[in-house]
Design a protein. Structure first.
Length: 441
């Protein structure tokens, strides 16, 4: 789309500078239940978030329209908004970084695959799941695909684009045993290349996850050697990473104030942000136009950096790290993309063998209610499996794990070598925690 007319209109009304951030998205999704298409949706959306400077003040406007009247409407709204803006925030639009890394990660081949083929694959997996075991009573399958093109341009000639796509199958099975115990297992499989989907592997994993949970009971309360599954580890570490935000540091709501350069975690833990990694979460620039860069946030337990947007970088007199991202409400805040936990050398099986007897947590619930992101204290309902004689044993359910997040990461004894890119954009590994309080019976 040609945004030249926006900048022409901006000059007419006296805007000192203008920035345009647009997002164009298209998607297709369907769900399958008992062999029939339960829902089918196709959508195309467009949004524009604009900000400009008028008489030294920021003004804002957002719209989903893109007709001939839109440019004039947008700049006039910005001018009006700036005129009543009483904020003392320094108004500055970023002119651009010296260099941006370019990488093609968009793969449009998925458009060549007929929708009928995608539906047929879903039905194939449903049939295979139903035939796998008579205890599997219901199956749910959802498919979605989409692409997003983000564009950011401004009055200084900056013109950036990021184009990505993805495809996702969500496959879920519900099983009931002879005692009436019902359990659910699922797999989220995603890629940006349709041929990557391995239906047999997906089905086998869902069957194993579902049936292995049947007959689960609470364990005895106590402190256990604990392994957190990679998905659970990713969820907990994402809360930890929120404390590295310069916003949280500035508001004094982080437990990591003045901790850069200090050892704040186990020496086994290294966490990197890799926005330039070649996958569907690639970003060469953040939502303020700052070039992104791969960086270590925690290196062998030592906190190496906070994450900065432009405003907080100015506040702390440092360079921005390219970590400003807009959310559903259009507001930008300090965030991160493409987090990688550096894998260790031991397999999950080797770690189980080393533990002997302990507990393997595969799922937690109530994260937002049960986790205090500021203090790190948490109490979460969980389920998983006992580790018995060095192997994964009987299923465990209706238990609670509790503790403090910042203490927990200091007590990481091993990081497994089972790194996996999750649908959250988090490449995570399972974590062996020396000891964790478990409430059961």
């Amino acid at each position: 789309m040609n945004y030249k007319v926006y900048f022409e209109e901006a000059k007419k009304v006296g805007l000192e500078a203008l920035e345009l951030y647009s997002a164009k998205e298209s998607s297709l999704s369907f769900s399958l239940f008992r062999g029939e298409i339960e829902s089918f949706q196709v959508s195309d959306t467009y949004s524009l978030i604009a900000r400009g400077i008028y008489q030294g003040k920021f003004g804002y406007c957002s719209t989903e329209k893109k007709d001939k009247c839109t440019p004039k409407y947008v700049v006039e709204q910005i001018k009006e908004n700036a005129s009543i803006n009483e904020s003392k925030e320094e108004a500055e639009i970023f002119k651009g970084s010296e260099r941006y890394h370019k990488r093609k990660v968009y793969n449009g081949d998925y458009k060549l695959i007929p929708t009928e083929h995608k539906i047929a694959l879903a039905k194939e997996m449903e049939n295979a799941l139903r035939k796998a075991d008579p205890r599997i009573r219901e199956v749910e399958i959802e498919y979605s695909e989409g692409e997003e093109e983000v564009c950011l341009c401004n009055s200084y000639g900056l013109n950036l684009k990021n184009h990505v796509n993805s495809m996702v199958y969500y496959v879920c099975a519900h099983a009931t045993d002879e005692d009436g115990d019902t359990k659910t297992g699922y797999k989220v499989s995603f890629t940006n290349q349709f041929d990557d989907f391995n239906s047999e592997k997906i089905v086998n994993e869902v069957v194993d996850k579902t049936l292995s949970q049947l007959g689960g009971k609470p364990c005895k309360s106590g402190k256990y050697k604990t392994v957190l599954d990679k998905k659970v580890a990713a969820s907990l570490l994402s809360f930890f990473l929120s404390s590295t935000s310069a916003e949280a540091i500035a508001k004094k709501s982080s437990m990591l104030i003045d901790k850069v350069g200090e050892k704040i975690a186990s020496s086994k833990l290294t966490i990197e942000e890799k926005p330039l990694a070649h996958n569907m979460f690639f970003r060469s620039f953040d939502d303020e136009g700052v070039a992104t860069m791969n960086k270590k946030i925690v290196d062998r337990g030592v906190l190496k950096t906070y994450l900065y947007d432009l405003k907080n970088a100015r506040k702390f007199n440092v360079e921005p790290t390219g970590n400003s991202y807009k959310h559903g409400n259009g507001k930008a805040s300090v965030s991160f993309v493409n987090i990688h936990v550096k894998p260790g050398k031991k397999s999950l099986e080797q770690i189980f063998s080393e533990i002997g007897n302990g507990i393997y947590i595969t799922s937690v619930e109530g994260l937002h209610a049960g986790m205090n992101a500021q203090s790190g204290n948490f109490s979460l309902q969980a389920k998983g499996y006992m580790i018995e004689n060095g192997k994964m044993g009987s299923p465990v359910t209706l238990i609670t794990i509790a503790g403090n997040l910042f203490d927990m990461i200091k007590n990481i004894k091993e990081v497994a070598n089972d790194a996996e890119l999750l649908s959250s954009g988090f490449t995570s590994c399972s974590l062996y925690i020396k000891s964790m309080p478990i409430s059961g019976i």
